[in-house]
Design a protein around this ligand. Structure first.
Ligand SMILES: [Zn+2]
Length: 696
């Protein structure tokens, strides 16, 4: 009987730039933990990823740099692939969508769907550059912003005022290619009838995913509740997978149509002979992605696979993560507010596992989380060095001193039943075995933060066992001392096994230090059926003790924070990534009027605004509420200077329960609007509403 095949994918990184920590925490690191665990259990799993190399942003970036799109993606593909490799993300194959085999696979699927009548055809009017002889993507149209009169707004967005635009709204539009005014021309494109597919397939598909994460299901249901609309699967563009229809030159497949097919074409590269087995029958398909890609993986791609109808499985799990923030702000590639992975590895060589541990501990699994350099240092120093590294080192050094660098060989010896040492071990033993089982269960349920915490718990239990038994003080009772060290060594071996999932470089060092190299069958046994002592046999010769981790000094943190702040650009000059799914965010669950009526929102005037000592995000505002003054602490200090806030008339949620921060009581909160770039805007009444006016 052949084994069930498991196909794990991680989001295809977009080849217009390098990878940062937010990407890692969103998809690649949890996927790598999961796949390593599956391999250790002896499962037939493949780990698929590759560069997504098509789409308008690539062509724009290439134009800006004066190179061809192919040169741009060649450079970025190599950088991304090598960075993942150095960081220990263990893809079975890292491919790319400019691969001819990908073009062939995507074309075949499109042609097949076209033949089946799966698409609808629609003719729309699009801007066309007569001199350049091509249709213009929204980004290639420049004109005057109807909102702020910026003369260089793009067809999809004004970067000066942040307004989302459509090309028809621009005044005096011109082509970015020739500078000439574009003309409207009819063009035909093919649409996926998602409205029809919603009733035919998607409602039932999403509603039967009851083991999906709530953040993922919530977003899917809100898309379905709003009602899906047909979506164009082709574009008028010359960079991408050509539309395989005779006479339709100058059109390519929509990137979100063909990029997920990359998972299939990359599997074909990896397993030319039997790739179908990983996509059909009882194969399991699992997509690791960030929350901005949910709609494409949970709605559009399953709908495509359903229509394709060649026995392909649809995604079984899509454990999408929320976003990772950085030092109090959203990560922004356009503002360069990001920690780039290749720079991390260049500047902090040998600290890959440290980053895996810290990010693994703060993965945004259920809500957004935050990376700070200070927290990175604290977790390394107090947990990796202080707990894990310290425990292993103590056991190995003591074994070198007292047991001749071997696992003690004392057949039949055990401390007297009921003695303190025996009792402490009994407790430790049960707790270690329980932590091991929990770690397994957490990984299976995609709760990697908890799983990593369970591994650290095993090290903590080991430390407590040593502290409670104090083997270094057992001068006369050398047999009990050796017995205690034996237990310590077994826990070290257990940590070596666990580290193989999360911290591969540490696992290799532990393996050397313990001289512990269990075979695949033994590992599989432990991961599938639980640990069984002893892991290290009596008399086993140990390797050389050494430090697993080193303390991080304050100056390293200071350097990184300083670098981050010096790199940030104040205006976004670059193309935003496709944010359709992430912005505007989907509507929250429906509420009744009564829920709204509970909110007491008033017009207020900000009398004074001042910084709050030791709180770099907060401003202290004094408000004229029309019924006396109130104090509010508002988390807007990184967006506005105090003098920009004083004097403003704004909206205030007055009946929010008071909250004390930094010793100051905050009474209610100021309402703010947040745009796609994470910028905040005051919500202000038009005209001159008096303080105290109510909002309803
Ligand atoms: Zn504007």
């Amino acid at each position: 009987m052949s084994q069930r095949k498991i196909t794990v994918t991680a989001a295809l990184p977009y080849a217009n730039g390098p990878v940062h920590l937010g990407h890692l925490a969103g998809a690649y690191l949890p996927a790598d933990f999961y796949v390593r665990w599956r391999r250790l259990r002896g499962d037939d799993v493949i780990f698929i990823c590759g560069s997504d190399e098509h789409g308008v942003p690539i062509t724009i970036r290439a134009r800006k740099e004066g190179i061809s799109p192919q040169e741009l993606v060649d450079r970025n593909h190599a950088l991304i692939r090598d960075t993942f490799d150095r960081f220990g993300i263990s893809f079975d194959h890292y491919g790319r969508t400019s691969d001819p085999l990908h073009h062939e696979t995507a074309s075949e699927m499109f042609s097949d769907l076209l033949q089946k009548g799966a698409f609808t055809e629609e003719v729309t009017e699009q801007f066309y550059d007569e001199e350049a002889g091509q249709f213009l993507a929204d980004r290639y149209i420049i004109g005057t912003c109807p909102v702020c009169a910026n003369p260089n707004a793009y067809g999809d967005q004004c970067e000066k005022c942040g307004s989302t635009l459509s090309p028809q709204e621009l005044k005096e539009p011109r082509s970015a290619l020739s500078g000439n005014p574009p003309v409207l021309r009819p063009t035909k494109n093919w649409y996926l009838p998602l409205d029809r597919l919603q009733n035919e397939f998607l409602n039932q598909y999403i509603n039967s995913r009851d083991n999906w994460k709530t953040n993922v299901l919530g977003q899917c249901r809100s898309w379905l509740n709003e009602g899906l609309r047909p979506r164009a699967m082709t574009r008028d563009l010359d960079w991408g997978v050509k539309v395989p229809v005779a006479g339709e030159d100058g059109k390519v497949l929509y990137v979100w149509f063909e990029a997920p097919i990359g998972y299939i074409s990359i599997t074909r590269r990896l397993k030319p002979a039997n790739w179908q087995e990983y996509w059909t029958g009882d194969a399991e398909l699992i997509h690791f992605i960030g929350k901005d890609n949910i709609v494409f993986h949970c709605i559009i791609f399953p709908a495509m696979l359903h229509l394709y109808d060649h026995g392909f499985v649809v995604p079984k799990q899509v454990p999408a993560n929320e976003f990772l923030n950085l030092e109090g702000d959203k990560i922004s590639t356009s503002r360069n507010w990001a920690v780039w992975l290749h720079e991390y590895m260049d500047e902090l060589p040998g600290k890959e596992d440290e980053l895996r541990y810290v990010l693994g501990s703060i993965l945004p699994e259920t809500k957004d989380s935050e990376f700070t350099w200070k927290d990175w240092q604290t977790r390394i120093n107090s947990e990796l060095v202080g707990i894990l590294g310290n425990f292993v080192n103590r056991v190995l050094v003591l074994s070198g001193k007292f047991t001749d660098k071997r696992v003690p060989d004392m057949p039949g010896f055990a401390p007297e039943s009921g003695s303190p040492v025996a009792e402490i071990w009994k407790e430790t033993d049960q707790a270690v075995l329980a932590a091991w089982r929990e770690m397994n269960a957490h990984i299976e349920a995609f709760r990697f933060r908890d799983a990593l915490a369970a591994m650290m718990q095993i090290a903590r239990l080991g430390n407590r066992f040593l502290a409670a038994t104090e083997p270094w003080k057992m001068k006369d009772d050398y047999r009990t001392r050796a017995w205690v060290l034996d237990r310590g060594l077994q826990i070290c071996a257990c940590l070596q096994l666990a580290a193989e999932v999360f911290l591969p470089a540490t696992a290799a060092r532990l393996s050397d230090q313990l001289n512990y190299k269990p075979d695949a069958a033994t590992r599989k046994q432990y991961w599938k059926n639980g640990l069984e002592w002893p892991l290290l046999p009596a008399g086993h010769e140990l390797g050389e003790a050494g430090l697993l981790f080193r303390q991080v000094e304050d100056e390293v943190v200071e350097q990184q924070v300083k670098k981050l702040q010096s790199m940030i650009s104040t205006h976004s000059a670059e193309m935003p990534e496709e944010t359709a799914a992430a912005f505007p965010p989907a509507l929250k669950d429906t509420i009744q009027y009564d829920d709204f009526a509970k909110l007491d929102i008033r017009v207020v005037k900000v009398l004074t605004a001042e910084a709050v000592p030791k709180a770099d995000k907060l401003l202290k505002l004094t408000l004229d509420t029309g019924m006396g003054e109130r104090t509010v602490l508002s988390g807007i200090a990184q967006h506005f200077k105090p003098e920009e806030v004083a004097g403003k008339t704004v909206l205030w949620l007055g009946n929010l329960a008071p909250r004390k921060m930094r010793g100051i009581e905050s009474e209610g909160m100021i309402l703010m609007a947040e745009d796609a770039q994470g910028r905040l805007h005051f919500v202000q009444p038009a005209g001159d509403a008096e303080p105290g006016s109510t909002v309803s």
